[in-house]
Design a binder for this molecule. Structure first.
Ligand SMILES: Cc1cc2nc3c(=O)[nH]c(=O)nc-3n(C[C@H](O)[C@H](O)[C@H](O)COP(=O)(O)OP(=O)(O)OC[C@H]3O[C@@H](n4cnc5c(N)ncnc54)[C@H](O)[C@@H]3O)c2cc1C
Length: 402
């Protein structure tokens, strides 16, 4: 590299200023650790992010992390939808397994917040660190061209030609992370061969603050409660079926969705533009490299059916930021192999079982052959009978940290 070009020094370089990258920079700043956020989007797009149709179900532990980072207080009460319980249906059967917190706990199962609101609040909550401690620099509308890690730091060259030097390079650039690939970290990738459509629907009947997950044959449907007569529709279909669905007129679309839900919530009407996501799950083979780490979807890109991607990403960034903060306080290297190995060990333990369980659920509920149909009915009945099993799921969703 040409040493005559001026070089910006920073503790941590973060590629990707999505909700995870933003919260990570925030957490580092609170530990007096400086960072630079590199994103190909413009900052104006982050101040007021566009809607992407996602409603994020947040666990209590996630809400606590957001609270610590000053993000939660920037989410207006009207932007938080309480989820009292969840019902899981199979096929045309009216039988449902209901998941709710224990009767003694007068608390919701979870809380739903639009992703665009989380992104807006995460940006607004970034602390203004001082020049010597916890400063957050920005390189928006930028990408990394190349990087090289040596014993003491990572040398980074941006597409615009600027050079940066950081003790640690962190990839937070989505499940399709190009930085992860450039780090030489392979990932297990599962193409589910299905597309997911999300959009808000108005319905005649109230939803009683209950989320519905409905595994029909050839389709998976979910409704997430937003307002008394408004829910977020989540529809999973094959790419060809999705193409047909999106070509329907507004009227036909509404009639079709009302029919798919068997009229259980009365007539339904679309009230926001639909967004479509090809379903791909990703689990990186390693979460760390030499002075390198992966966080958020770049490390674990969950299938949305169990609503855990962002929740797990928050736990991970908070774990890594705390380890870095402790090392800084002791005057140690913030990217030592021991520190990174510990982050990897703990984060894999926290994510691998849920990732595997989610893949198993997706496999079971998208397989319409007869044995799978029997098995899922049995699983639902067993779950309904086995109170401890349901309590376990509910307590996982409502568990606090610490
Ligand atoms: C339909 C749907 C519903 C979901 N529901 C839930 C839920 O209920 N609960 C839950 O916990 N999770 C949910 N998730 C998952 C959650 O949305 C993700 O886990 C979360 O958005 C991951 O955040 P991230 O910052 O890691 O990545 P992203 O949000 O993908 O952000 C990546 C950032 O990196 C930037 N970037 C990308 N490539 C580059 C590059 N080469 N150079 C520079 N910048 C780059 C992008 O511009 C973007 O700003 C859902 C996901 C979907 C699709």
């Amino acid at each position: 590299m040409d040493d005559s070009i001026s070089v910006t020094q920073v503790d941590v370089a973060i590629v990707g200023a999505g909700p995870i990258g933003l919260c990570f920079a925030n957490a580092l700043s609170r530990h007096g650790v400086s960072s630079v956020l590199i994103d190909r989007q413009s900052r104006s797009a982050m101040v007021e992010p566009a809607s992407d149709g996602r409603e994020i179900a947040l666990t209590r532990a996630a809400q606590q992390i957001l609270d610590k980072l000053g993000v939660w207080s920037r989410v207006e009460p009207a932007e938080r939808a309480r989820m009292r319980a969840a019902k899981v249906f199979d096929g045309q059967s009216l039988f449902a397994m209901e998941i709710a917190p224990g009767a003694s706990r007068n608390e919701p199962l979870g809380c739903l917040v639009p992703n665009q609101v989380i992104r807006r609040a995460a940006y607004a909550a970034l602390p203004a660190g001082s020049m010597d401690a916890g400063e957050i620099l920005w390189r928006d509308e930028q990408q990394i061209k190349r990087f090289e890690a040596n014993d003491a730091e990572v040398d980074i060259t941006l597409a615009g030609g600027e050079r940066l030097q950081a003790s640690l390079l962190v990839a937070a650039d989505s499940r399709f992370s190009t930085t992860r690939r450039a780090m030489g970290i392979p990932a297990h990738t599962y193409q589910h061969g299905q597309h997911m459509l999300v959009c808000r629907m108005h319905h005649e009947e109230p939803h009683d603050q209950t989320a519905w997950e409905w595994f029909g044959y050839g389709q998976t449907l979910a409704l997430l409660p937003v307002d008394t007569h408004c829910s977020s529709l989540v529809l999973t279909l094959s790419p060809a079926e999705m193409e047909k669905q999106l070509s329907l007129s507004d009227e036909d679309f509404d009639a079709d969705i009302t029919r798919r839900f068997g009229g259980r919530l009365g007539a339904m009407r679309r009230v926001a533009a639909p967004h479509r996501y090809p379903l791909v799950s990703v689990y990186a083979e390693r979460f760390v490299g030499h002075r390198q780490a992966l966080i958020g979807d770049a490390a674990v890109g969950m299938h949305p059916v169990t609503a855990h991607g962002f929740n797990l990403g928050l736990q991970g960034l908070s774990r890594l930021a705390d380890l870095i903060g402790e090392a800084r306080a002791r005057g140690q290297d913030i990217a030592s192999p021991t520190l990174l190995a510990r982050y990897q060990r703990e984060q894999r333990l926290a994510t691998a079982p849920l990732f595997a369980a989610t893949l198993a659920i997706v496999g079971l509920y998208t397989d319409d052959r007869t044995p799978a149909r029997w098995l899922r009915k049995a699983v639902l009945r067993a779950g309904e009978v086995a109170w401890p099993a349901r309590r376990l799921i509910a307590s996982h969703l409502t568990r606090s940290i610490g």
